[in-house]
Design a protein around this ligand. Structure first.
Ligand code: CU
Length: 329
């Protein structure tokens, strides 16, 4: 091979090699781009699927009402409660016996409760007992199946709970400054939970709380900031002195706030109990309303660092081990 031929060969070879590198590198890039696009598409689809599985139902309050759809699917449901009003509220899901509905709430349930409360406020405790005694027998068949814990004005809370098909009344029994229940003011809405299942799977929780009549609230986890989901496991349940069972509410505590005021406020059957304005220095962040023994519900909250409490809405929760404080770091 002479020098000219060799130069030509090397030249061609060099150009060929260079072209090969460029072509292969382009193919490689194209392949990588395809892979990236596939990954993005898969991730996007996964989110769509998750959203479809986690059908979030919004309930909205502007003043003294519940705005939401009339039918919910059965099974696991995530409820996002937007409280745009200036009042503290909660949502309790009452599963009604067959054939009973909102009209019966208004005629048979609301009046005895309001009369009883008015009498308590007048100091007529015995007469109040007689008023509550006028509650119809079918009220004993109403099942409380969870809901959204206390939530401060202009705030949003999120709970996930399991619903069997049937007729429900969602209600808020927080009281106005004059002692009138929000239920009396219109915070009661009928919902039909249909056979069609939401398809949502039971959620995974970051932290687990247990509440029971014998041990109170058991919770000793190290909680970190961010969006966190708490599971609330209901152990031994009981009807307390205020005719209700226990629940779990999450409260942010301002530095120096008087916890004893929170402790006495959470009892609806006390004259100032559960009556707004709520005690200063606390922000209610939702939670899980009462349900029967063996039940489990979830609430999700975006946590900032600070001091918090888990509290049950019962008379003197502290004495029952149902007021636990903890710190989020
Ligand atoms: Cu309310």
């Amino acid at each position: 091979m002479d020098i000219k031929k060799l130069n030509r060969y090397l030249g061609k070879s060099f150009v060929f090699t260079l072209l090969s590198i460029i072509i292969f590198s382009c193919q490689d890039k194209a392949k990588k781009n395809d892979e990236v696009q596939d990954e993005v598409r898969a991730e996007f689809q996964k989110r769509i699927d998750e959203d479809a599985k986690t059908e979030v139902i919004t309930i909205l309050t502007n003043a003294m009402e519940f705005q939401t759809k009339d039918e919910f699917p059965s099974g696991w449901n995530t409820i996002r409660y937007k409280n745009r009003s200036n009042e503290t509220h909660l949502i309790l899901f009452d599963k009604y016996p067959e054939g009973k509905g909102l009209e019966d709430t208004k005629t048979d349930i609301v009046p005895p409760f309001q009369q009883g409360m008015d009498l308590i406020n007048e100091g007529k405790i015995e007469e109040a007992g007689m008023a509550f005694g006028k509650l119809p027998e079918w009220f004993q068949e109403v099942e409380f199946v969870g809901g959204v814990g206390l939530i401060s004005p202009k705030s949003t809370a999120q709970s996930t709970l399991y619903l069997e098909p049937g007729t429900y009344i969602i209600e808020c029994y927080v009281k106005m400054p004059n002692g009138v229940f929000h239920t009396t003011e219109g915070m009661a809405k009928q919902i039909e939970v249909v056979e069609n299942n939401s398809g949502m799977e039971q959620p995974d929780a970051d932290y687990s709380i247990t509440i029971s009549a014998n041990e109170g609230i058991v919770f000793d986890e190290n909680v970190s900031t961010g969006k966190r989901t708490f599971a609330v496991n209901f152990g031994k349940q009981k009807v307390h002195e205020h005719y209700l069972m226990h629940d779990v509410n999450l409260v942010w505590i301002e530095e120096g706030a008087d916890i004893s005021k929170l402790n006495s406020w959470v009892n609806w059957s006390a004259p100032d109990g559960l009556q707004t304005p709520a005690p200063a220095g606390f922000k209610f962040l939702g939670g899980m309303q009462e349900m029967k023994e063996g039940g489990i519900g979830y609430f999700t909250v975006d946590l900032k660092s600070g001091k918090y409490a888990l509290i049950a809405e019962v008379p003197d929760p502290q004495s029952k081990g149902m007021l636990k404080t903890f710190t989020v770091n």
